[in-house]
Write a protein that binds this ligand. Structure first.
Ligand code: ADP
Length: 172
């Protein structure tokens, strides 16, 4: 039987930290569903449609990654798929408490659903969507930490002219 994992998150925007987790998970699972959460409480920079389009473009050559979005309870979304596990990434001990609560709550809602955690890689432990947005907003270089498509879309959002900054974000 096909082994499927669901990787849920905001992905606002997708970073190489997320992509690294997906690529490593594909060594274990046959298929990974990257599920973009539509969360009314968060005010995302990118709309769900923009996040879906970017993620689909980034994984267009990886057929065993399915990009989707979901509204409402994650366990209800999981029930509509044949996934057996949730996938989450851990960067620092500060991630642990939140992740522990979410995994425990999801397990309480569906006792058959386990969450598997993958440790961040040494290259991306400091990468989060939040800091990427902050750096990009201030005109810093995020290339190498996010796919080029994401870096371009960030520049567009923050109206930063393409190619006008050097590696440390200074005008050149
Ligand atoms: P959420 O709002 O659900 O936390 P995110 O898009 O911020 O969504 O993160 C989705 C998942 O990816 C989380 O489990 C988060 O810990 C993990 N993650 C984010 N950045 C990294 C990274 N650089 N390395 C490993 N895991 C990461």
């Amino acid at each position: 039987m096909e082994k499927v994992a669901i990787y849920p998150g905001s992905f606002d925007p997708l970073t190489y930290g997320h992509i690294d987790i997906v690529e490593r998970a594909l060594e274990i699972f046959d298929k990974v569903i990257l599920a973009i959460a539509v969360n009314a409480e968060k005010r995302p920079l990118f709309s769900v449609r923009e996040r879906l389009e970017m993620a689909k473009a980034i994984f267009k050559d990886t057929p065993n990654v399915i990009v989707d979005s979901f509204k409402g309870l994650l366990v209800d979304y999981v029930a509509k798929t044949n996934a057996k596990a949730l996938l989450r990434g851990l960067r620092a001990t500060s991630d642990f408490e939140y992740e522990f609560h979410m995994a425990s709550m999801n397990r309480s809602l569906n006792p058959h659903l386990d969450t598997l955690f993958m440790m961040t890689s040494k290259d991306y432990f400091f990468v989060s969507s939040r800091t990427i947005k902050e750096v990009a907003r201030l005109g810093g270089a995020v290339e190498g930490l996010v796919p080029d498509l994401v870096a371009q879309q960030l520049k567009k959002k923050f109206k930063i002219p393409l190619g006008k900054k050097n590696q440390i974000g200074w005008e050149v």
